[in-house]
Design a protein around this ligand. Structure first.
Ligand code: ZN
Length: 203
């Protein structure tokens, strides 16, 4: 004989019971259950530097001083090479097509080039256009008989040809090599000499 299902109405004391639960609530009033770490993070206004333990911006793992030191160490470990013809160089958001030009800009901004991280950039090329990625949301998923019309395929081939031909060096990103430190020092030395000469001429 099949067991008849027990009927429990919402008013039945067995339908639910009142329980007291313990958990972490952040300063902002958000509930985190047993996740004390995230609750503490949510309720905090600053973070601690993992290197030196001083206070740093919330969400950052390092203070500015430690992060600059770390970048400098990584930078000095990069190979020093000649800047290839036609390549850009950069320091943070400042880009130039010529090392002397970049150094002049840094000096104007009061940044000392011999202790700054100047990178040789790598070019970014236009990526290929993939017609199937482009159409993936509208191609009937169950229907593998679907073929892109010849005209669209030909246009995609033509677009890719143009991207290869004209889409090179569209932009630049800091690469994994640096200009020779001796060359940077030499350019800075020249600028200092020029300044001295100007001062002497003016006096
Ligand atoms: Zn630090």
């Amino acid at each position: 004989m099949a067991k008849t299902e027990e009927i429990i109405l919402p008013s039945d004391p067995r339908a639910a019971k009142l329980m007291t639960v313990t958990g972490w609530v952040s300063r902002n009033g958000r509930w985190y259950g047993d996740d004390e770490r995230t609750a503490r993070y949510d309720g905090s206004t600053a973070s601690e530097c993992r290197e030196c333990g001083t206070q740093c911006r919330k969400g950052y793992t390092m203070c500015d001083a430690c992060s600059n030191k770390r970048e400098r160490e990584k930078y000095l470990a990069l190979p020093e090479v000649d800047v290839p013809d036609g390549y850009m160089v950069c320091h943070e958001e400042t880009y130039a097509s010529d090392l002397s030009e970049l150094i002049d800009e840094l000096l104007e901004d009061g940044i000392f080039p011999t202790s700054a991280c100047i990178y040789i950039c790598e070019p970014n090329h236009a990526p290929d256009f993939n017609i199937y990625d482009h159409l993936c949301d509208v191609i009937p998923s169950e229907d593998d008989r679907w073929k892109s019309p010849k005209e669209i395929l030909e246009a995609a081939v033509a677009l890719n040809k143009a991207l290869h031909e004209y889409g090179r060096n569209i932009s630049w990103t800091a690469g994994k090599t640096r200009p020779k430190a001796s060359l940077i020092a030499e350019i800075v030395g020249d600028r200092e000499e020029e300044l001295l000469e100007k001062e002497e001429a003016n006096s």
